[in-house]
Design a binder for this molecule. Structure first.
Ligand code: MG
Length: 169
């Protein structure tokens, strides 16, 4: 059985993963309106990833005899200046999520919850990938000054991204 403290923290993190989904959907909508369908696709795949993160936590809490309580999801930002602006924001957001996952892991260790610790290992590794994928695109956008032919090439590249569901366990 999951402890009350850890259950509360998981519920908080489910809310943050759902906020991430909402934020990235807002970024996808921005790129749609800017006519950059590849960038839109990148974020639509990210939206699916964030939902999968939330569901992985939802399943864990339930499996451990806990209860999921949903809270209000904060409104995401809707105005962005440029592709670089969006990706810098997404990169900062993933750095924040990493710190939240680390805090959740700290609590699992403090509560001596080994099952939670093992469950959270996947998220710790996933965050390395999340930060790195956002940072790679920030760097590419800086190289091409966020415009012109380079921007269209990057748009074509990001159009190829497909969603791969995370393993169930
Ligand atoms: Mg996430």
């Amino acid at each position: 059985m999951i402890s009350q403290k850890l259950q509360d923290a998981y519920n908080q993190q489910i809310n943050r993963e759902l906020f991430s989904e909402y934020l990235y959907l807002s970024m996808a909508a921005y790129f749609n309106s800017a006519g950059l369908k590849g960038f839109e696709n990148f974020f639509l795949v990210q939206v699916q990833e964030e939902r999968a993160h939330a569901m992985k936590m939802y399943e864990f809490v339930n499996e451990r005899g806990g209860r999921v309580y949903l809270k209000a999801i904060e409104a995401p930002k809707t105005d962005f200046k440029s592709a670089l602006d969006v990706f810098e924001m997404a990169h900062d957001h993933e750095k924040l999520v990493t710190s939240l996952i680390n805090a959740l892991m700290d609590l699992a260790i403090k509560e001596n919850d080994h099952a939670a610790r093992i469950h959270l290992n996947w998220f710790v590794e996933e965050q390395v990938e999340e930060e790195s994928s956002m940072e790679t695109i920030v760097n590419k956008l800086k190289l091409i000054n966020g415009e012109g032919h380079g921007l269209l090439m990057l748009d074509n590249e990001l159009a190829q991204r497909v969603f791969t569901p995370p393993p169930a366990k």
